[in-house]
Design a binder for this molecule. Structure first.
Ligand code: NAD
Ligand code: DAU
Length: 357
């Protein structure tokens, strides 16, 4: 048996593929990994699988229908797990076009290819096929301090070009199930962190900037709240939903870890003070408040009781264990960090942070 993964060279996708082959329940099953290798995709994340016949990497775009048709008819996967997306909110503010292209048009193209392929399947293969759409809690909008966390029934109120494009993709997936019976499941997850996280996002940016003695840019007042989930816990949640989730359902996935951004920055500094002390003093000296993100959502929080009740899933890591592992990973992988800090990465930092000073 085989699954098709899209975006499997990105942060979560590469962790998912690596974890897939570690889990005894799935390790025998091949993965066809389709990824365009945009700035966020990194084949090096998968170097442990080099020469492994279970992993077939294909560089390509989910917007290319002919390529999708070819891969589906050649490999005949029993499921598609769809990660490929543009994922960074700040980039969506600077340039929303590519978010509409990949997240909306790409998901549409993949759904159409999946539908045609699924219609060629018979009997058991057709009944067991799954299209798993990986989405985000940002589609629900922003919570006030005393609001209950997002349940699956929360209205969609996306506020950024990124979250609007993900919301659109969620609606397409829902409609393809409702109208064409395509067997879909969707997961809406909170903020992930862990190994291979590209250092444009808050946690890895704070770690790599601190180690370089650079400012740690905290947007606005730093009191925005996110729920944080260690990436391998997200991967295990996806495996659970793929295996046992009810068709057409959505499952919210979260870590029960609501933290303010300023507390994330301070926690990272305290860990670095312990693990890599700096002669110049505590890394907290580098924390710098900068101009806020336009339309910045104030708070996300996830009610993850449905996935626990129905599928018995709970995160294995606490924030304390996960963030310690993450900081240690970045300390041990300075080569990886150095290689992803390309010229394009430095241009992005200039574009996003110079205007905030
Ligand atoms: P990422 O930006 O690290 O990786 C995205 C991957 O998709 C990259 O490897 C990139 O090369 C690939 N890609 C982009 N456009 C493509 C295209 N047109 N065709 C094929 N491949 C393409 O993203 P991530 O953080 O790993 O997120 C993966 C998925 O999970 C996304 O759908 C995102 O919306 C969702 N998600 C992310 C988080 C998070 O905290 N990072 C939380 C919840 C949901
Ligand atoms: O909630 C899930 C989402 O989490 C995913 O769908 C997105 O793909 C993922 O990028 C993430 O979105 P956020 O915008 O929450 O993540 P980011 O790491 O960019 O920012 C986290 C918080 O930190 C947010 O409130 C903005 C703030 N921030 C971010 C950066 C990059 C800063 O204060 N300073 C920064 O330099």
């Amino acid at each position: 048996m085989t699954i098709l993964v899209t975006g499997g060279a990105g942060f979560i996708g590469s962790n998912f593929v690596l974890e897939w082959f570690k889990d005894a329940a799935t390790s025998d099953e091949a993965v066809v990994n389709l990824d365009a290798l945009t700035y966020a995709g990194n084949a090096e994340n998968l170097s442990a699988l080099s020469g492994d016949a279970r992993h077939i990497f294909v560089r390509g775009d989910i917007c290319e229908r002919a390529l999708l048709d070819h891969l589906l008819s050649e490999h005949r996967p029993r499921a598609i797990v769809h990660f490929a997306a543009e994922s960074h909110v700040d980039r969506s503010i600077h340039g929303p076009g590519v978010f509409i292209k990949t997240n909306v048009e790409g998901t549409f193209t993949l759904l159409e290819a999946a539908r045609d392929y699924w219609n060629t399947l018979g009997g058991d293969d057709k009944a067991k096929f799954r299209f798993h759409h990986v989405s985000t809690d940002e589609v629900y909008g922003s919570l006030k301090p005393a609001d209950p966390p997002f349940a699956e029934t929360h209205p969609y109120e996306p506020n950024s070009p990124y979250s609007a494009s993900k919301a659109a993709s969620d609606h397409l997936v829902r409609a393809w199930h409702h109208t064409y019976d395509l067997p879909v499941v969707t997961t809406n997850c909170s903020n992930n962190y862990g190994p291979y996280h590209f250092p444009e996002k808050l946690i890895p940016l704070m770690i790599v900037n601190a180690l370089a003695g650079k400012p740690l840019p905290v947007y606005g007042d730093g009191q925005q709240i996110r729920d944080w989930l260690y990436v391998t816990d997200h991967c295990s949640a996806i495996r659970a939903v793929l295996a046992r989730g009810r068709l057409g359902e959505t499952y919210n996935v979260g870590g029960w870890n609501e933290k303010a951004n300023i507390d994330i920055a301070r926690t990272i500094c305290v860990l670095l003070d312990e693990l890599r002390p700096d002669a110049a003093g505590s890394y907290t000296r580098l924390i710098t408040y900068v101009k806020d993100r336009p339309g910045h959502d104030r708070r996300y929080a996830i009610d993850a009781r449905k996935i626990e009740r129905e599928l018995g899933w709970r995160p294995a890591e606490t924030f304390e264990t996960g963030i310690r592992k993450t900081v240690a990973w970045y300390l041990e992988h300075s080569d990886w960090v150095g290689r992803v800090q390309s010229g394009a990465y430095r241009e992005w930092l200039a574009k996003n942070y110079e205007i905030r000073q």
